[in-house]
Every structure is written in C-alpha cells, then in structure tokens.
Ligand binder design. Sequence first.
Ligand code: IPE
Ligand code: IPE
Ligand code: MG
Length: 253
Amino acid sequence: MTLDAAVEPPRELLPRHIAIVMDGNGRWAQQRSLMRTAGHREGAKAVRRIVKACSERGIEVLTLFAFSSENWRRPRPEVEVLMNLFLTTLRREIRRLHTANVRMRFIGDRSAFAATLQDYIAKAEQRTAANTGLTLVIAANYGGRWDIAQASRRVAEEAAAGRLRPGEVTVELLHQYTCLADLPEPDLFIRTGGEQRISNFLLWQLAYTELYFTDRLWPDFDVEALDAACAAFASRQRRFGQTSEQVAGVADA
Ligand code: IPE
Ligand code: IPE
Ligand code: MG
C-alpha cells in the first residue's frame, strides 16, 4: 500500500466527477499468455469494483471510456467480443446497479451498435433515470472530436432555422450542446496502463481537469489504487488561471 492510499482525503477534497480511460486489458492478458479478450473480461470485473467504490465514497459522477470511436480499427473478432461483453455485462448488471440507486447514461454515437445493444442501452437509461445516487456515464463509440462536432452541428441547425444568431455562439452556449453539459465537469482524469495520452476522450470537458496516470493495468486497478488517485487529487492546488496566493485566499493577493 502506498502512503497516499493510507490517507483518506476529507469529503470536500474528493473529486465530484472522475473520468477514467480503462487501458491495459490486452497487456494484462498477454503477460499471462491469455487471449486479449480474457483481459477484457477481467476488466469488466474491475468496472464493477470501481463503480461500487465510487458509489460508497459519494462520488457524484463516474465516466468510463469503454470503447472509443477508433477502437473499430481493431481486429474484427476482438471488436465482436467487446460488443458481446458490453451486452452481457449490461444485461447482468442493470438490476444490481438499479438497486444501488445508480443512474446510467451513455455517451457516443450509439447508432453504430446492433439494434439489441441500442435497445439495452435505452432501457438501462430509462430504468435508472430517476435514481439519485452515482451517475455512471459509459462512453461507447465515443470520441472527443465527435462530441465537439455533434455540438457544433446542432448549434448550426439552430442558426439555420433562425433560432440563433452566429454572434450568440459563445463557449457557454456551445458547452450546452456537448455530451456532459448537465453534469459537473470532470475533476479527476485517471488513465491506467502506463500511456500518457487522452486518446480522443473528453477533449472539451478536460480543459481544467487534474490528470493522473498510473502504470497499473486496468484489470489490476483496485479500491486502493482508486484511493491513491483521489489522495493525489486532494494534494493538488487547482488554480484555474489565478495565482497560488489568490486561491489560498491570502489577504493582499
Ligand atoms: C482497454 O484495454 C480496453 C479497450 C480499449 C476496449 P486495451 O485493449 O487497449 O489494452 P492494451 O492497451 O492493449 O493493453
Ligand atoms: C483508449 O484506449 C480507449 C479506451 C480505453 C476505451 P486505447 O488502447 O484504444 O488507446 P490508444 O490506441 O493506445 O491510444
Ligand atoms: Mg490500449
């Protein structure tokens, strides 16, 4: 256990919204001479663990990158396994999540998915819509650039219909059309698996998010590792462009 993990940050220093790039499933399996797909199945267990831990800690929003718009480029059998796993996990977990008062949301272009999967996604959202606990956002066939493009397209449609003048398009207005507009912005971004990149995850929303990278592979990401990430977050000073003194509330800042 790291020293960080031993210190539980006080409630007000916990992130309200955590966004995770769950990377390293393939390498986890390869290290054990297993098929990459065995890594994805083990990764699904880590999802269950981390969702439960976030719920218990009172985190408001957890956004998980499950499948990127670029992941279609993978070998077809791997994509098929991922789609099946997505469907079976959803079918199996929905009741448990609902009982745990979790509200489910999906972001990304779902029109590319099979009709059955689209159906389950819609049902999961409808069934849990009124829940008041953790909001669990699953990013599936999601890309940050797609998100900005779909927001811009909808703004352009409003302008073309005469409901909006181009001069009214501001940061705040465009934000209203992006995927997570109604939720608090991500406070903490975690990427497992050792790579230090965004891979087209939440580009718009990460503008002021604290970034945390760990070598731990996603199937090995446990509650202690989550607490270590939260402890690192709690130790940071978020300045949002201001000086350190201003943020600390020093009198003559
Ligand atoms: C992340 O693990 C899961 C998905 C992208 C769906 P990877 O499959 O990318 O694992 P590595 O990076 O190859 O180890
Ligand atoms: C990012 O991981 C996407 C998900 C975790 C769903 P990748 O493994 O696809 O990222 P790259 O290709 O290494 O950048
Ligand atoms: Mg990867």
